[in-house]
Write a protein that binds this ligand. Structure first.
Ligand SMILES: [Zn+2]
Length: 174
């Protein structure tokens, strides 16, 4: 935890406050006496991601964050929504208490969350993550979204008519 002013490596904690998964600490640099705040993440243990090809890689919050940022680019999301989302995924991973998780497990968590957050971001992420073989797969994914009747807000794709949904799911109307 280097001082942001002088780069000094020693500091004392003058105040400490827990905010869920994060501890906020007021620190004082022992070299230059500057005060600064750190937000320290509580990491109960390291988590390794098992990739599709069997490689292991240490879980990286930054990597996850940048992937989600990419999917959410230029989407009208509330400030802090992405950070909150990443935090929720992280919490879920640590809660599971495993030291190894598959990349598809994390991918599914992200898909699940993005579907609730923003459908365009969801489709973008899904098209990379699931490596849609052709546009037909993508169409199927959009259709299944529509069927879930989650396309409500103005920022999302339009909701199909209830007749269209009925015919998609093969339900008979009276
Ligand atoms: Zn300093």
């Amino acid at each position: 935890m280097n001082c942001p002013y002088c780069g000094g490596q020693e500091s004392t904690v003058i105040d400490s406050r827990g905010l869920d998964e994060v501890v906020r600490r007021r620190r004082k640099c022992l070299a230059c006496n500057a005060r600064f705040t750190t937000y320290e993440r509580i990491q109960p243990h390291d988590i390794f991601i098992i990739k599709k090809d069997g490689r292991r890689e240490e879980f990286s919050r930054d990597k996850l964050l940048s992937g989600i940022h990419k999917a959410c680019e230029k989407r009208p999301l509330p400030t802090g929504a992405i950070d909150k989302f990443v935090e929720a995924i992280e919490a879920e991973l640590y809660k599971a208490g495993k030291s190894e998780v598959s990349s598809s497990y994390i991918g599914d968590l992200v898909m699940e969350g993005l579907r609730k957050l923003d459908h365009i971001a969801y489709i973008r992420f899904a098209s990379v993550y699931r490596e849609f073989a052709d546009i037909g797969d993508l169409k199927q994914e959009v259709d299944s979204l529509a069927i879930r009747r989650e396309l409500i807000s103005a920022n999302q794709l339009p909701l199909p008519s209830s007749e269209a949904v009925d015919s998609l799911v093969g339900r008979k109307r009276r």
